[in-house]
Design a protein around this ligand. Sequence first.
Ligand SMILES: Nc1nc2c(c(=O)[nH]1)N[C@H]1C(S)=C(S)[C@@H](COP(=O)(O)OP(=O)(O)OC[C@H]3O[C@@H](n4cnc5c(=O)[nH]c(N)nc54)[C@H](O)[C@@H]3O)O[C@H]1N2
Ligand SMILES: Nc1nc2c(c(=O)[nH]1)N[C@H]1C(S)=C(S)[C@@H](COP(=O)(O)OP(=O)(O)OC[C@H]3O[C@@H](n4cnc5c(=O)[nH]c(N)nc54)[C@H](O)[C@@H]3O)O[C@H]1N2
Ligand code: SF4
Ligand SMILES: [Mo]
Length: 734
Amino acid sequence: MQKTVTPTHCPYCALQCGMNLTPAPDGTVEVGERTDFPVNRGALCGKGRTAPALLSSRVRLTSPLVRSGDGALVPAPWDEALDRIADGLRRTRAEHGADAVGVFGGGGLTNEKAYGLGKFARVVLGTSQIDYNGRFCMSSAAAAGTKAFGLDRGLPFPLEDVPRTGCVILVGSNPAETMPPSLRYFTELKENGGTLIVVDPRRTRTAEQADLHLAPRPGTDLALALGLLHLIVAEGRTDEAYIRERTVGWEEARAAAMAHWPEYVERITGVSVPQLREAVRLFCEPEAAMVLTARGPEQQSKGTDTVGAWINLCLATGRAGRPLSGYGCLTGQGNGQGGREHGQKADQLPGYRKLTDPAARRHVAEVWGVAPDSLPGPGRSAYELLDALGTDIRSLLLMGSNPVVSAPRAAHVEERVRALDFLAVCDVVLSETAALADVVLPVTQWAEETGTTTNLEGRVLLRRRAVDPPEGVRSDLEVLHELAARLGGDRGLEKGFPTDPEEVFEELRRASAGGPADYSGITYRRLAEENGVFWPCPAPADGPPHTAGAGDVGDPEDAALDALPDDPARAEDPRPGPGAHPGTPRLFLDRFATEDGRARFAPVSHRAIAEEPDDEYPVLLTTGRVVAQYQSGAQTRRVDELNAAAPGPFVELHPRLAERLGAAEGDPVAVVSRRGRAVAPARITTAIRPDTVFMPFHWAGEGRANTLTNPALDPTSRMPEFKACAVRLEAVRT
Ligand SMILES: Nc1nc2c(c(=O)[nH]1)N[C@H]1C(S)=C(S)[C@@H](COP(=O)(O)OP(=O)(O)OC[C@H]3O[C@@H](n4cnc5c(=O)[nH]c(N)nc54)[C@H](O)[C@@H]3O)O[C@H]1N2
Ligand SMILES: Nc1nc2c(c(=O)[nH]1)N[C@H]1C(S)=C(S)[C@@H](COP(=O)(O)OP(=O)(O)OC[C@H]3O[C@@H](n4cnc5c(=O)[nH]c(N)nc54)[C@H](O)[C@@H]3O)O[C@H]1N2
Ligand code: SF4
Ligand SMILES: [Mo]
């Protein structure tokens, strides 16, 4: 029997590693190395390697479930489940108005799904109340990047540039656990003579690789960046010509930095002045350097200002919009980048357009065949939306998130979810949030459907269907189609919700045309042949084939993937003409995307975290991830091999804290904040600051880290303060 090998991409994180999938006769699916994809060149982490376990009907939903009279979730036919959802949403709209219906999406959804969900909310439901879990992810970096550069794309250059720069400062990022195959870019950097600085309150596996590890107190990265800028000015290491020609706002930013004396910064952050000086030397000596941030500095109630301060370092030293230099954010979810571009965000229309921009409304309304005035305005951000459940928002349609585990102040969020009049969840598995729903719809996932994602580099990719879905499940696109048919009355709205992903992508291309994230020159066929295309990529008719800032297209070896004969992506799509835009691997080389082409310094000063420790809650809690579990754990907690590697929650703490508590390794420890109490075994290590404890957030139940976290929001990005809150520790007598 001939085996069908399908080249596709991992379901999990934003690296979107390439992999080959081969169905075996016994119904299982083999994962093979796909070396032609340049980002991971075949390497996979344990999550990617074991991802086919999720395809097994042993762990997933294969029938719709509805809440029966006695309160249990019971299997039901699709038509009944869809009718119930339509009835639930319709009733809320009739009784409380369109804005009483909420929609919550996810950054793991493909571009087609994210686009469809945003359109469904605005066109079919007519609600402004839509947001998604990406708000909890990279929204502070997105806000700061837009302010500084006029455009937000996670990395403005491909990862292949990293090993060729002189120094990388990795701020609050732990790729050794969160994107293991990307670690080679940093080891190659060091092999090439470059240096790596890691900023993390914990000596992580990533920090162990660093030439210099700075371990600030959680929530003080803003002061740290200001202190470094102070030293850069004091040591005369600024690039005055660059500042003059390519930036605006230096005087104010400089004055703010000069008010942050190194000794003052040492007191706030705990990072010593000699270490600050060493960081400045390593960053400034080479020709080129980069700053990359992830969730550490971003998930703070001042995340936008904090990222702005790190961007200031790049601007003051001429390290942005130049070859092998720049600021980038390491996006998190599989489609964390694309998911934030096509309209599931509260204030956004497809193509990264603003919902408040009249021209954008006209353009998108025309593609959708509706009147611009019929489009609602911006709605609430993710946490604010969840907080309004059961009061202003009475019904919710949720696709691609598990907020009762992953949202801050999770016990409150769970209570708000329970207070809803009606909840519908589309998921692959019965997540903790799905278990609270009135109707659960079982949907197809990555390897069972074709769709596009956009990885952390801004590279749009084709994820191909490799296996048939089990009987009983339908795709998210089919769900939107069916609900549009039921809720659109005689308006024939279901036609606006095609179930074929390529047809949706064709519409997305038109909706994004001319927007900041322009996909109009990208086709499924190009994605298959070129192994991904970097946006912006306008269609030839929309402008000159090469826009300003377009860099080279990358390694010729990386291109031309042999698509398979039965590949749906090889449909009748015409080949891109000779004038086709090559895509934009590198942004800002000639000019930034602001009106005058110059970057903006952020005028920022240090401020405290929203909840400083005090006598009652004297310790800082920070949260994050471990390598073998993913996010709320809804998927990875269902994979045996991953559970064996990371079986449950824990509290990482310093021996000094443990001693004061009288706790030994493995003893249960209660962590108590103003929001609640969680209990998990102690993991004692000198790798963490003595004033800080760390908990991963992958588990529900007693060890749920988000029972404790503080929903204080960043004023611009509306990001909650996942990375710092005040707690006290209690020994648990067993
Ligand atoms: N295994 C695994 N991989 C994943 C995911 C997963 O859940 N599991 N999720 C994916 C997603 S959606 C995302 S967003 C990424 C996240 O990827 P990362 O940002 O790398 O992950 P985190 O563990 O949340 O945070 C990174 C580091 O920030 C540190 N930190 C905590 N507080 C602070 C602080 O105040 N300042 C600084 N500078 N650092 C601080 C933590 O100690 C941690 O080591 O990972 C992606 N990859
Ligand atoms: N304390 C703390 N909390 C955090 C963070 C932190 O660092 N600390 N990080 C935050 C970050 S960065 C993120 S991104 C969030 C993520 O947290 P969540 O939004 O909860 O993310 P997931 O656990 O990935 O949930 C995705 C859900 O969608 C389902 N799913 C997968 N594919 C599909 C699909 O194609 N269609 C549908 N309908 N469903 C699908 C999965 O089974 C799963 O139930 O957590 C945030 N919460
Ligand atoms: S690093 Fe991310 S994309 Fe790559 S295999 Fe692991 S989870 Fe999948
Ligand atoms: Mo994320």
